[in-house]
Design a protein around this ligand. Structure first.
Ligand code: IMP
Ligand code: MG
Length: 181
């Protein structure tokens, strides 16, 4: 599979992402000054963003991960959300920051928030790299957003199509024929 030849256009370059991620890290460090946070990464899409973001935060950070079901093998939401891997630690009384790759319909995040709120954290905020507000089915707003993007299926920088393209260092749209192969 030749990754480059399947790309229609690059939406966000490595430089765009690097600059914005570091701004987000500064803002988060400021907002939580004097506190410690538990960064909760949502596998697998958020891993690339998560690790870059963490390196730009200069307050004490602990890390944990959850895996939830999302699109499976298509580009449209299946509607069902399931936890495949839960947190290893208790979040009771802790300041939690959920780190997501993209918020689309909002169903995944809504389900996650319900589950996490029931565990009595001190606070929960949401940080996502990408937001597609025009696709929202549930009224939910992330606290930190990297970029708002139009209703297009994107890959790269952690985001996948059929589990591939996560390793691209930028965010792009694939050629339509990729989905019909
Ligand atoms: P939601 O539940 O509809 O908000 O979907 C969130 C999840 O769907 C994300 O965590 C992604 O895994 C996946 N997703 C949504 N839009 C895209 C996209 O454009 N590219 C790749 N994955 C996406
Ligand atoms: Mg996915």
């Amino acid at each position: 599979m030749n990754l480059e030849k399947n790309i229609e256009n690059i939406l966000l370059t490595q430089e765009d992402i690097k600059k914005r991620v570091s701004e987000m890290g500064k803002l988060i460090s400021c907002d939580y000054a004097g506190k410690k946070i538990l960064m909760i990464g949502i596998l697998k899409g958020a891993v690339v963003f998560f690790s870059d973001l963490a390196k730009t935060i200069d307050i004490p950070v602990a890390m944990d991960f959850m895996a939830v079901s999302s699109y499976g093998h298509t580009t449209k939401s299946s509607g069902g959300v399931r936890i495949y891997k839960d947190l290893d630690v208790s979040i009771q009384g802790r300041d939690c920051l959920i780190v997501e790759d993209i918020i689309d319909t909002g169903l995944t995040l809504h389900y996650l928030m319900e589950s996490l709120i029931s565990r009595n954290p001190r606070s929960i905020k949401v940080c996502c790299l990408l937001d597609k507000p025009s696709r929202r089915k549930i009224d939910i707003k992330p606290d930190y957003v990297g970029f708002e993007i139009p209703d297009e299926f994107v890959v790269g920088y952690g985001l996948d199509y059929n589990e591939y393209y996560r390793n691209l260092p930028y965010i792009c749209v694939l050629k339509p024929d990729v989905y019909t192969k």
